[in-house]
Design a protein around this ligand. Structure first.
Ligand code: AMP
Ligand code: GLY
Length: 425
């Protein structure tokens, strides 16, 4: 069978890598891909935003299944078009993808179906929003409604910070139309975890748990990023809590969407805050997390092509999904300047040496070829991922591998997975 992966980051490298292990897959294409993906897939030069062109490519090459990595094509309806034309694709429709593309849609759904989440109010008027912040006080969370590449959320420690966030979103229009509506949420406390599941709209199968590291620097300091590292499993998600999340969050959400006339198929990702053993939803994503997918798919025993096909055919209940016991840790290596303006075009050395270490896999994110050499081409450059007998072992291997890699201005956190290692229970 032939597969097409849409996207070109670390998540898509992990998806393509996992597909490459499938007995039934004999060819993988990726649009646009990156220098690492090019080793296992044919990277194609089709405009990622041109769904008609992608559809033509799928028809011409007789591609059996398309997997969409990022949220943007989903929120713009790539699944609607492919399904209308009878093509198998993994992901939710445009209407269902609102779970991620509109925070108001997602919070309203949670509120009306009793799914645990922070209390909130929606504003279109700057004056009313200001008034509400003054009334509530700090800490308080301000969010732009629409997609803002992870930058539209402000956890304000003071009323001044909250006012500044409102100004940026509503007055300066820093996120354009994504800021037409603003959510003001109560601030939750606890430990965050990522919970992903496969679903065909009827059956929901949880993936192993994981935890992201959103800030750029050690000890969760500095600005938010797309994610600087992840590990799996996340010990905060105990087997009992996994059951609770399935019963109180995942199943009710899929049921709620169906009852509202927007059946959900694909990957459902809940960003959770765990407070004294209880889960609260911070956000939903309608796709695999990045970088959580790198350690999570590293632990997938079953065949990803088989799972994706079963979801597209709505027979997920007919298959069994198995995971490897060994934990996995992914450390993201980023370019100097990220998440602000960053350097590009620096030569990366030591990749082969790093990848030859036991249990290590180097997933590429922002990389490109310059002649024979591999150079940096994005903010997040690599996701150095290792599995081991324990989280400590996996972590040690990942950092050993990073020690072999070099490029000018490379940055990475040195405390990925420490939270799991420092747990007292
Ligand atoms: P989101 O994109 O909605 O997940 O928000 C990004 C990050 O902001 C989350 O991972 C949390 O760290 C933080 N955050 C979002 N909502 C809240 C909340 N209600 N309380 C505390 N922190 C939050
Ligand atoms: N790592 C967070 C996300 O994928 O949104």
């Amino acid at each position: 069978m032939k597969a097409l992966v849409i996207g070109g980051g670390g998540r898509e490298h992990a998806i393509a890598w996992k597909l490459s292990q499938s007995k039934s897959v004999d060819k993988i294409y990726c649009c646009p891909g990156n220098a690492g993906i090019a080793g296992i897939a044919e990277c194609i030069d089709v405009n990622q935003d041109d769904f008609r062109a992608l559809l033509d490519f799928v028809r011409y090459e007789w591609i059996d299944l398309t997997i969409v990595g990022p949220e943007l094509p989903l929120s713009k309806g790539i699944v609607d078009l492919f399904e209308k034309e009878g093509r198998k694709i993994l992901g939710p429709t445009k209407a269902a993808a609102q779970l991620e593309s509109s925070k108001v849609f997602s919070k309203d759904l949670m509120r009306s179906h009793g799914i645990p989440t922070a209390d909130y109010k929606v504003f279109t008027s700057y004056l009313h929003a200001e008034e509400y912040v003054r009334f509530k006080g700090a800490p308080i969370v301000i969010k732009a409604d629409g997609l803002a590449a992870g930058k539209g959320v402000f956890v304000a420690a003071s009323v001044d910070e909250a006012m500044d966030a409102l100004r940026q979103i509503m007055k300066e229009r820093a996120f354009g139309k994504a800021g037409d509506r603003v959510l003001i949420e109560d601030c939750l406390r606890g430990e965050e975890a990522s919970f992903m599941a496969f679903t065909d709209g009827k059956t929901i199968v949880p993936m192993v748990s994981s935890q992201d590291h959103k800030r750029i620097n050690n000890h969760d300091e500095g600005p938010n990023t797309g994610g600087m590292g992840a590990y799996s499993p996340a010990p905060v998600i105990t087997p009992e809590l996994q059951e609770t999340v399935m019963e109180k969050v995942m199943k009710p959400t899929v049921r709620a969407l169906k009852s509202e006339g927007v059946p959900y198929k694909g990957i459902l990702y809940a960003g959770l805050m765990i407070d004294r053993g209880k889960p609260y939803v911070l956000e939903f994503n309608c796709r695999f997390g990045d970088p959580e997918t790198q350690p999570v798919l590293s632990r997938l025993q079953s065949d990803l092509m088989e799972i994706a096909t079963a979801i597209a055919d709505e027979r997920l209940g007919d298959i069994t999904i198995e995971w490897k016991k060994d934990p996995s840790v992914c450390v993201v290596v980023s370019s100097e300047g990220y998440p602000g303006k960053y350097r590009k075009g620096d030569v990366i050395t030591g990749l082969d040496e790093a990848a030859s270490l036991e249990g290590v896999h180097v997933f590429h994110a922002g990389t490109a070829f310059k002649g024979e050499q591999i150079v940096t081409a994005g903010g997040r450059v690599l996701g150095v991922t290792a599995t081991g007998e324990s989280i400590a072992d996996a972590k040690k291997r990942a950092y050993e591998a990073i020690g072999r890699i070099h490029f000018r201005g490379m940055h990475y956190r040195t405390d990925i997975a420490d939270r799991a290692l420092q747990r007292k229970d």
